[in-house]
Structures are given as C-alpha cells and as structure tokens.
Design a protein around this ligand. Sequence first.
Ligand SMILES: [Zn+2]
Length: 337
Amino acid sequence: MSRSGADRAAARSYAEVLFGSTPRGALVEVRFRLRSGMGRRFEGVARLDALVDSILTLSRHTEVFVGVLPRWRRSGTRADVVARGRVVWADCDCAEAVAALRAFRPSPAMVVASSEENRHAYWLLTAPVSVDVIEQTNRRMALALGADVRCGDRTRILRPVGSVNRKRREAVAVRLLDLAPEARVSLAELDRVLPCAPPRAITPLRGREAMGTVDALDAIPPPVYFERLTGLRVGPSGKLHCLFHDDRSPSLHVYREPGRGWYCFGCGRGGSIYDLAALLSGRETRGRDFTELRRDLEELMLPRARLAAEVSSETVTVRGGSGGVRIMGGTGARRLS
Ligand SMILES: [Zn+2]
C-alpha cells in the first residue's frame, strides 16, 4: 500500500472506532486552525469517508481537531453533544502518564500518538452510557494515569489520526499506534480499577444533586412528563416516532422508570425532563435558562405539590369566591382556578 493509502486506512480505522456504531443522524465536529481563530465543519457519521477526506485535506495546510463525542446539531456547546456514548478517553501529555497508560489494564481499544511523546487512549464500552457518566469516568481515568484532567469534558476535541501536529517548529504526523477495534470494557470493570474522582460541580444535574434535595421533577415517570410536554401518547412499548428528526421507524424510547429518562436511537437526543423541556422551548439546561426551565416545569407538573407547600408554610385564610379559591398568604393573594 502506498504511503498515502496507508495514512487513509489509518484515519478510516480511527473514524470507525469512534463513530462506527453511533446513531446515524449524529454529526462529527471537525475544527481547524485559521490564520486568526478556528474554523468548523460537521460531517455526518453515516459518511465516514467524507469525514476522513475532511481530516486529510485540511491537514495538508493546518491543524485539525475532532470532537470525540458526536453532536446532534451543527454546534459544539455542551447542549449539542449526544446524550449517550460508548467511549472513554485520556490525554496522556507527559512521560509518567504515557508509562502509566502502557501498564494500565484493561488495555484501550485505540492509542494515538498525538506528538512524538504524547498519547491519546480510547476505551470502548460494552454498552452506551450517559455523557455525565463518560465525563466522570474520564476524570477518574485521568487521575489513575496522571493524565490531563481537563481533557475529559464532553465537548472535548482532540487531534485525529491523519492530522499534523504543528505545535512545535517540526510538524509531526498524528499516528495510529495500537488498534484493537473489537476490544470492549464494561463500566463495572473500569469502576473496579479506577480511583474515586473528587466531586466537582460541572453540570446542572450535579448542581441539583449537590443541593441535597430530592427533586420532585426527577421523580416523575418519563411517560407522564413526555405526554404532558409533547402532547404525544406514549404506548405500553414506550416507542415513538422522534419529534426532533425525520424518523421513519419509532426510534425514540421513553422509559418507564423515573431517572432512566428518554433517548432517541436515531439522532442521539435524550436525557431528563429538563433536556426535553429545553429542546422544546429552545433553552439551555444551565444558568439562568435552567432556573426558568425548572420554575416553568414545577408550575406545569407539580401545581398541587407547590400549593401544599405554600399552604403549610404560610398563614392561610380561605374565602369562598366565584369559580376559584383565594388563598391569602404571607406573600399576598393568589387566585387559583
Ligand atoms: Zn431522534
């Protein structure tokens, strides 16, 4: 095989390991350095050859990076990353971390030389897990190896095989070092060997957990909130045509148990009641948007619980009214219908 043929085959193997079993509607984010700032394009996971072309062509002139987790729309923020994935990774950016990686078991499915000295390692899981779990496992992996703890974020972009590292004066090809594409590890197996990660609040979910309160919204069974928010009926199978992509077969699963949420196997969107409400209303699941989202959801889904809390915490006078009840509380009057 010619030199360029071998480069292409290696880039193709890399793309298959990361995106070969991804839901077909998902997109791969490719970023590249421009004279000032960064450029960005998206390639569908259904056309891995186009992705490989992008990487190889752009790499002739500039530095290229690829989002490790696919996105479900043409953007690269935390909200754009698919809800679940099956890869865990580490950026070993010093000699100690590279040595620790060599000794680490289970071995990764793929090791990439991102420069002469540094290595990126990728483990493939036996089953998809939520991106929260991926981030947490990445952090624990980084702690185990002494690798860069910041590189496990869900939006992380890393240098792909077939690109060129131009960080130093001497340009270095980013190469595929080890490949065991069939190697899979279970989360339980990693759980046994990895250290516990120090808690770090990075997502609204963690923020809610950190508040130490049981979230009444999280306790609502997914079929109940799904029907209320979308107006679609969820049958006994829990399967629906996805409302977020052109879905010929019912790919969206609404799970019965609170906490398991919903997930579309076609486009990769999914998550909790908050993720659904955010998608439907075009808001984010963080910051001020999240506060508003939560308040709206509480009003929609928990009116009785809210009332009960107010009734018990305020001095209440109930008077008769026409068609409604007026509750006089410490914070003023409110008309309820
Ligand atoms: Zn979908």
